[in-house]
Design a protein around this ligand. Sequence first.
Ligand code: ADE
Ligand code: ZN
Length: 322
Amino acid sequence: MNDLKKIELHLHLEGAAPPAFIRGLASEKGVDLEPIFDARGNYAYRDFNDFLRVYEAATSVITTPEDYARLLREVLQNCAEQGAIYAELFVSPEFCGGGDLSAWRDFLAAMTETARQMSAQGIDSRAIVTPIRHFGPERARKSAICAAETGSADGTGWVTALGMGGAEAVGKPQDFAWSFDCAREAGLGLTCHAGEWGGPQSIRDALSLGVSRIGHGVRAVEDDGLVRDLAESGVVLEVCPGSNIALGIYPDWRAHPIARLADAGVKVTVSTDDPPFFHTTLNHEYERLADAFGWGEPEFAELNRTAADAAFCDTATRERLR
Ligand code: ADE
Ligand code: ZN
């Protein structure tokens, strides 16, 4: 699988932090984070809400622009080792300076320089500014302003989109309409997590924000009408099967709806979400899809063409990804 060129469209920067990276930062800063790790040094959590708690605890030791730049370098190196040539990273100004625009500019400057260096080494990237749903609409507005002020409408800069993550059970996408409108008016791409913990209605609500992609979206499979609408509209799903299975949404790979959605004409892509938390890698995702559904080179090439077309980047970069 490693020789296949791959595209990651759905990867949370902090969620991609290897446990050793977080332990290293914790010890440098004298913070006791041992309770979030198990005896083998992996992240330990019980369920999705506990995952969010552990995620935020781990993130609490990534405090400076230099920390974020170091993390980005390590994460992009890991992507490249998986055969990825392009990755889009969810990055939240709420973690990078508490939503303050001038602090965000400092974090962004450090990360953009690292992204530039890594691009020269063969792994291109873009950032999706990420409001966190359970932090509420007010904090989301600050993130959206950071996105609008620092984003690039032509896709050539590093920040090119807005995409909400966090607890889908909290609030409604409509509560965040101002933030999505703000990013759209700035010419940015739009995506939103939905249809992971919420059912079809949650996906319909997210679609009403005007997104071109949905993070996860797999529970659309519960509503034939929605599956038809997705297929007709060409909205792209950022599917993360290993994440869904690790979090218990589906019991195993064969039960995962990605193949049913693809067969129904829905545009699907494959990403890893928070790979160390879910004990996955991009190659692992592809191998399990090959085992479960008999997918091979033609299906994987199609996934990556879809991802290239849906990527929040400029046309010249898109051409290189095809
Ligand atoms: N943030 C990081 N991983 C997430 C997930 N799987 N769903 C929602 N928000 C997230
Ligand atoms: Zn996600």
